[in-house]
Design a protein around this ligand. Structure first.
Ligand SMILES: C[S@@+](CC[C@H](N)C(=O)[O-])C[C@H]1O[C@@H](n2cnc3c(N)ncnc32)[C@H](O)[C@@H]1O
Length: 366
């Protein structure tokens, strides 16, 4: 083992030792290879399969069922799945090990930052995390979002690997936040709902420095890390532990609620309650900016096949409900006026095979 000073990668506190860093770089390399080389080759093979189907039937396959047998036998598709699944597991083991070597020191650091500003951290030790949440270790992250004190570190490095190093400067969140059309009237308070480690939250504070910016999440370890990260960036943000379906904020008190990739990680009934809460806290004319993974109507049969795999093998069980939920209909039923629907302007979205994602701008009527 070679000792090395901890590597900083953007705002990420990297591997503890050089050997660990080399192993994580190797995982990142496989991920980049998967995205840059295997995925395009898979798409080409799929186009050939589709053309063969069309030659036989006079039309393209209408659903994954019509082409499942061929997909099951497609070697490059099975290799694609294997590479994704293996790198996810290699990542989990490697991150537990590397951060585990400094666990006490990192926890002490989080404790110290809890007392520092700018900004503040409001944890709720009485909050009872719901069963639907604790039962799942999303993305096969060891300990899940909330059951490991270093969950924020593990998540941050895990997403770095998922993005193949292309989001080390939060460019995904920064571009997404920059492209949100601001609602009319003064903007005094912005809430980033399900903020995780606060990458969108800090992007909002950078965009609107005069506004009071809140990052809300139900995981204390994620919020502790988010607060430390924001303090290091010199940004005055309030991070608060709450459930998105039980927001402890007054009616009509928020100008913008932003929510990036929460809805596919909660059951649809919970999602419905989140919509009601967001509607309640927004002021008339306030904006709800939502972005999430693509839904079934956007999928090709190949996407459907790959998403089934993600749902089952990457611990994303609620994506099944999300995929078929009429979200714009639910927004309207809650009282929102919806603006534009799916859009594909944001680069680097973490799709398994495609860049499909869904985006809505919804307003509380005046
Ligand atoms: C994929 S991450 C969100 C990423 C983040 N929005 C960003 O901009 O990078 C999902 C987050 O949702 C949080 N979460 C899941 N269910 C929640 C709930 N019911 N209430 C509050 N937070 C929740 C998780 O703790 C996790 O931090």
């Amino acid at each position: 083992m070679v000792d090395t000073p901890t590597r900083r990668i953007g705002t990420l506190d990297g591997a503890t030792e050089a050997d660990d860093a080399a192993y994580l770089d190797f995982i990142e390399g496989i991920r980049v290879f998967t995205v840059n080389d295997v995925t395009p080759a898979l798409n080409e093979r799929y186009a050939e399969l589709e053309a063969e189907f069309e030659a036989r039937h006079g039309r393209k396959p209408a659903s994954v069922e019509e082409i499942r047998g061929e997909l099951d036998r497609l070697a490059i598709l099975q290799s694609h799945r294997r590479l994704f699944r293996s790198t996810q597991d290699m990542r989990g083991v490697a991150l537990l090990e590397t951060y585990g070597k400094r666990e006490a020191e990192l926890i002490r650091e989080l404790d110290e930052f809890e007392r520092r500003g700018p900004g503040r951290l409001l944890l709720d030790p009485t909050l009872k995390l719901p069963e639907y949440y604790t039962a799942v270790h999303f993305h096969r992250q060891p300990g899940g979002y909330a059951d490991h004190p270093l969950a924020g570190y593990i998540y941050h490095y895990g997403t770095k690997l998922l993005f193949g190093g292309k989001n080390d400067d939060d460019s995904l969140q920064r571009n997404m936040v920059k492209s949100v059309p601001l609602p009319a009237g003064p903007i005094e308070r912005v809430v980033d709902l399900a903020c995780a480690i606060g990458q969108s939250t800090t992007a909002w504070k950078e965009r609107l420095p005069q506004a009071e910016v809140w990052g809300i999440d139900c995981s204390a370890p994620m919020l502790r890390y988010a607060h430390k990260r924001a303090v290091e960036m010199g940004l005055d943000i309030t991070f608060a532990q709450m459930l998105a379906e039980d927001l402890k904020l007054p009616d009509n008190s928020v100008d913008i609620v932003h929510c990036f990739i929460l809805f596919h990680e909660v059951p649809v009934e919970v999602g419905q309650e989140v919509l009601r809460q967001v509607f309640r806290i927004l002021r008339p004319g306030g904006l709800f900016s939502v972005m999430d993974v693509g839904q079934a109507p956007q999928w090709t049969p190949l996407d459907a096949y790959l998403r089934e795999f993600i749902i089952r093998d990457n611990a994303e069980p609620y994506e099944r409900g999300w995929a078929h939920w009429d979200f714009p209909g639910a927004l309207r039923a809650t009282g929102f006026q919806t603006g534009s629907g799916p859009d594909s302007e944001i680069e680097n979205f973490p799709g398994s095979n495609s860049a499909h994602h869904s985006r809505w701008f919804a307003y509380k009527p005046i």
